[in-house]
Design a binder for this molecule. Structure first.
Ligand code: SN0
Length: 316
């Protein structure tokens, strides 16, 4: 594997899962792989888990890491090609990316959807420039339309906690005060479609995800029906795709609470974090023994390490 931007970059999903469990069991067995190799982690947006888990994963493999928070520490970077640069951005990605690439062996990039243009976001204009101009492997740490390291960790977590071969996994929209990207739900659905799990997505009208991510996955608009017999409840807010970037509902009837969890098959509760308590999920649910959000976050280190191991093994 050269770059990692979606589940489709993995040569083999079952093999990747195996590597993830191997990394978890024995995190320091491949220290030699990353010796004298450097990873640069570039953040255009905030991060807690992604930053720490990816850095830790790289260190477990013996790599050195450098972090750049573009908007705080570096020059503001222009991404538009052909633009006359008379505004407030002194440097273009066209130079910044190959320069960064010259200092490292792998680049991790976080660049959220900007919600200015659906086309620009869904063409993944930023991360694709890193792939085109850096000369080194690129790992998505959440791009405009996907968050594959999160989805990989989610898959590892479900494998660990499932009590039947084909669990019912429910992705539920939940309310939020702000407009959030579709990256986490897109990526989760795309990843889950590669498994044998029973996948149901529930959200209010107007929150349909892009068809290329949904495929033929079932949408159940009645959240309570969707929760019936679920083994995993995966909550996430996202802004509308059809009315691009708009918040169409803040309806607290969609908050995941104890009453709704009682309709499930004692489902485990999951969320990628950060989570707004008592808006996305009630305290009672996230603090219950069935909440596995911390274990899920811990698996971010595992998924990142599996990805970096696969990339390091093929570095020339
Ligand atoms: C990001 C998102 O894509 O939804 C990152 C999730 C891993 N979440 C947020 O930006 C939450 C911000 C907030 O104000 O709650």
């Amino acid at each position: 594997m050269r770059h990692f931007t979606s589940v489709h970059d993995l040569p083999d999903l079952n093999e990747a899962l195996k590597i993830a469990f191997e990394m978890k069991k024995n995190p320091f067995a491949y220290q030699h792989l990353g010796k004298n190799k450097t990873m640069v982690l570039i953040f255009f947006n905030s991060s807690l888990r992604t930053r720490l888990s990816t850095q830790k994963a790289a260190m477990n493999l013996g790599m050195n890491t450098m972090i750049l928070n573009v908007n705080q520490d570096g020059w503001q970077l222009e991404s538009e090609l052909g633009i006359i640069m008379d505004g407030d951005k002194p440097e273009h990605l066209r130079e910044a990316i190959p320069v960064i690439g010259s200092y490292c062996d792998i680049i991790g990039v976080r660049s959220f959807a900007q919600f200015k243009s659906k086309e620009d976001d869904y063409q993944e204009k930023i991360i694709n420039q890193f792939i085109d101009y850096s000369g080194v492997p690129v790992v998505s740490m959440e791009a405009a339309t996907r968050h594959p390291l999160q989805s990989f960790a989610d898959h590892v977590t479900i494998e660990e906690f499932k009590t039947k071969e084909r669990p019912k996994v429910v992705l539920t929209w939940a309310p939020h005060p702000k407009a959030l990207p579709q990256a986490v739900p897109n990526s989760f659905v795309e990843w889950m479609r590669q498994t044998d799990y029973e996948l149901v997505v529930t959200h209010p009208e107007g929150y349909e995800l892009a068809p290329e991510f949904m495929g033929d996955v079932k949408v159940e608009y009645d959240q309570k029906k969707a929760f019936s017999n679920a083994d995993f409840i995966y909550a996430k807010n996202w802004a509308s795709y059809s009315s691009y970037g708009q918040v169409l509902s803040r309806d607290r009837k969609w908050t995941v609470d104890e009453e709704k969890m009682a309709l499930t098959n004692q489902a485990k509760f999951m969320h990628c974090l950060p989570v707004r308590r008592n808006i996305i999920v009630s305290d009672g649910v996230i603090d219950s023994p069935d909440s596995i959000v911390i274990q899920e976050a811990a698996n971010r280190e595992v998924s990142a390490q599996a990805v970096l191991k696969m990339i390091l093994e093929e570095l020339k």
